[in-house]
Design a binder for this molecule. Structure first.
Ligand code: ADP
Ligand code: MG
Length: 559
């Protein structure tokens, strides 16, 4: 069979990866083990939900084998396997969704730590191997196929023999060179340490033959070499482990293994709930918004497990839209394995979990806002818009959950403040929460209407995002304080004694103002002397409900 070419992007990536100054070659093992574990998850789920399949827990495992003289490292799994087409599609092209993000990111950060960030796991094997032979038999098929590749120049697929369902990956480990060492990946002790470091939580046994020195039974004081199969990993999934035993790095590792994002998580929470509904969950706030976050393509959701078995990769019902940025998983014993997507939507337990999770996320964000300001501001820069949409959408139904989480730039030192902070330091006599709108803080600061309010010693929120004012209108009042645009006619305080004077001036300059009005016909309603200008000669002010900025947005919207 003719050699097939890797798809263009794969090829570029492969070359970059193989040649890049990638320091942690060892992570290839984590990648292959996590693929094996995913494959077992899939068959395990099938076995549990399909009566025709018999399920034996002992049948599901991963095996690592080393042959030093042949320089091969073999990883075998009893997972779901791959058909010929799957070998072609899954190993021949990099996860399609990842490729776009990949291009973007690489441009931004010269390819640093690509594998960790881009779910190109399988390819990482080429960092340590110069040839890969993948033999696989898919569940339900009696044919097996072999995929062979020696790197960037392509791969072949041919029929093969394989007795059992699953996948075997034989890696031909590179020879040591002057710059690079590879022999360590043929040392069982080294491999065991790598497994412990990255893959300890994998829920299926990872087995390997280990040779140890043992006291001889018949001869005292003498030792002999014994080779036994060992299970290398502890197998307790991270979400079932005790929080106190886990470090931040463990959660970060989990986030990366699970491909929840290409970044590092900004924050996580580990929940072990045993109240009205029993579940474990690990939730993450990503550091950056995924490239498609604010598009229709983005799909929210958490992984859903039923008693340790993955039943849905993206369960959208677990997250409200305004918290759609949250990544992570939920495992509950109270859910049925066989449950379909449609039924799940009506599941009472799931609804309870979703509500519970919503509250956890809310309090996680609240405590971040209070105690980890810098992280919160970073979070808000990435996802604040989503919270504001959340206030505005669904007829403001969720504003109660969200209004405390909003922050806006304030005239006070141009720092970001929450509404609570604003209200707490309002002078006694101040009637309203003031805000000014504009496309940037610099623009707002130039606005003539701002001055009187600032001169009065009041703080003003600078709303620069087009959704801001809509959100504020929906909130309407915060702790009994209404919002007021500094450009509005009534500011709630007397602007000097200039009132009468302004009227007199309007009268005086009647002809001038009339002429101005004519020239600006259709653009302004009236031209009159203003009571509130200080250093600026002229300002626009809105009389109706809508501010000038909102009118602009509404006009720009399609009907
Ligand atoms: P990812 O795991 O992020 O999808 P990988 O490059 O690690 O990306 O793997 C690509 C795909 O190849 C997997 O999604 C899976 O469909 C398939 N695959 C890889 N290894 C195995 C395996 N051991 N058993 C079955 N399928 C596998
Ligand atoms: Mg993978």
């Amino acid at each position: 069979m003719a050699k097939k070419q890797f798809k263009a992007e794969s090829k570029r990536l492969l070359e970059m990866m193989i040649n890049s100054i990638y320091t942690q070659k060892e992570i290839f093992l984590r990648e292959l083990l996590s693929n094996a574990s995913d494959a077992i998850d899939k068959i395990y789920y099938k076995a549990l939900t399909d009566d025709r399949l018999v399920f034996n827990k002992e049948d599901y495992y991963i095996k690592i084998a080393v042959d030093k003289s042949a320089r091969t490292l073999t990883i075998t799994d009893t997972g779901i396997g791959m058909t010929k087409d799957e070998l072609d599609n899954n190993l021949g092209v990099i996860a399609k969704s990842g490729s776009l993000a990949f291009k973007k990111e690489v441009e931004a950060q010269d390819g640093h730590n690509i594998i960790g960030q881009f779910g190109v796991g399988f390819y990482s094997a080429f960092m340590v191997a110069d040839k890969l032979v993948v033999t696989s038999r898919a569940l339900g098929s009696d044919e097996a196929y072999r995929w062979i590749s020696a790197g960037a120049d392509g791969y072949t697929i041919e029929p093969a023999e394989k007795e059992t369902v699953g996948t075997e990956i034989v890696m031909h480990i590179k020879e040591n060179s002057e710059e690079e060492q590879y022999d360590e990946f043929l040392e069982p002790y080294r491999l065991k340490a790598i497994v412990k470091k990255y893959s300890d939580f994998i829920r299926y046994p990872i087995k390997m033959d280990m040779t140890t020195q043992k006291p001889k039974e018949d001869a005292e004081g003498e030792f002999e070499e014994v080779t036994e199969e060992q299970v290398l990993n502890s197998m307790v999934p991270i979400w079932r482990r005790n929080k106190s035993e886990l470090k931040d790095e463990d959660y970060e590792q989990f986030y990366m293994d699970k491909r929840y994002g290409f970044d590092k998580p900004l924050k996580h929470v580990h929940i072990s709930a045993d109240g009205a509904v029993v579940y474990n969950a690990i939730l993450f706030i990503p550091e950056n918004a995924p490239f498609d976050y604010y598009t229709k393509e983005f799909e929210k959701g958490l992984e859903l497990y039923s008693n340790g078995v993955l039943i849905m990769e993206k369960c959208g019902d677990l997250l409200p839209d305004y918290f759609s940025f949250v990544k992570g998983m939920v495992d509950s014993e109270d859910l049925s394995l066989n449950i379909s997507r449609e039924l799940l939507q009506h599941d009472r337990q799931l609804k309870l979990i979703a509500k519970n999770i919503k509250n956890k996320i809310k309090s996680m964000l609240q405590s971040m806002l209070k105690d980890e300001r810098e992280a919160y501001e970073k979070f808000f820069a990435a996802f604040g818009r989503q919270l504001k949409f959340g206030v505005y959408n669904d007829y403001g139904m969720n504003k109660g959950d969200l209004q405390d989480l909003l922050i806006f730039t304030s005239s006070k030192e141009k720092k970001l403040v929450s509404l609570t902070e604003y209200v707490e330091r309002m002078p006694e006599e101040q009637k309203y929460i003031y805000y000014a709108t504009g496309e940037s803080v610099a623009r707002i600061e130039k606005s003539p209407q701002l001055e009187v309010v600032l001169d009065k010693g009041y703080e003003v929120l600078y709303l620069t995002d087009d959704i801001d004012e809509f959100a504020i209108k929906v909130i309407a009042n915060y702790k009994e304080n209404e919002f007021r645009n500094v450009a509005s006619g009534d500011l709630g305080f007397d602007v000097d004694e200039a009132g009468d004077q302004a009227e007199a001036e309007t009268e005086e300059a009647k002809e001038l103002f009339q002429r101005m009005g004519e020239l600006l016909q259709g653009k302004v309603k009236t031209v009159k002397a203003s009571k509130r200008l200080k250093s600026h000669p002229v300002c626009l002010s809105a009389e109706g409900e809508l501010s000038i900025e909102m009118e602009k947005i509404l006009k720009a919207m399609p009907d």
